[in-house]
Design a protein around this ligand. Sequence first.
Ligand code: IPE
Ligand code: IPE
Ligand code: MG
Length: 259
Amino acid sequence: MLFRKMPASEVAVSTSGGRVPAHVAIIMDGNGRWAERRHLPRIAGHHAGSETVREIVRACVRKNIGVLTLFAFSSENWRRPEREVSLLLDLLLSSLRREVDELRRNGVRLRFIGDRSIFAATLRESMGEAERLTEPNTGLLLIIALNYGGRWDIAQAMRTIAREVQSGALSASKIDEQTIDDHLSLSGVPEPDLFIRTGGEQRISNFLLWNLAYTELYFTDVLWPDFNEQAFETALASFACRQRRFGRTGDQLEQVQGA
Ligand code: IPE
Ligand code: IPE
Ligand code: MG
């Protein structure tokens, strides 16, 4: 297990005095519109977006955020024009090759979630190599969701659980929420505390369906290539002001905090 399993939790206290999320999950949306507004090809937006990734990863390292999960390519993104898909995957591969040294130097551990079986061998090998090279690191855990879908994740977990029941290793009556959690891609990682979606859309788009059950949601109109450290601070400040009740009443929480 990478982390002790627990409900969503927050770490330390930020310089502004609020709570800092232990795990931030981001839907990086708006690259295409950013480019279109500049009369540029959509791929230019994806390039600009990859610079934002560097900036936000660095910010997370500086802020001691434990986990950053980025939605880079969804299981539905194959529906895009073939050329955009292939340019996007090329960009992912070249960014990966370029960034892995800096990630290593900064103590970042990289991990991919999603169905990688469909990718070309070169991409799969680079993904595996980047994971291996950064495995010993103990700093930020950077999780990239690639060909990921929340429904795919639940389905693959169910397949494994069904096989375990079939083989007799697991009894069907013992299946509970923890069993499902343990078989999902984010098993062992604390649930996201803060979800950010840039680009103005207010939807989950088949991202971490199970894991976002109690995550604080934050939507901003800022397009991903324009999302900078300051915009990230604004999202963190919004999170810091929220009261996370997990089903309890506000009074109950105040009693605990006051005790
Ligand atoms: C997000 O930006 C990046 C990916 C989905 C890969 P978009 O490409 O979806 O940008 P918009 O939503 O069209 O502006
Ligand atoms: C979600 O963005 C997927 C990623 C950011 C990788 P999309 O732009 O594909 O989402 P929809 O289809 O508009 O909801
Ligand atoms: Mg989009």
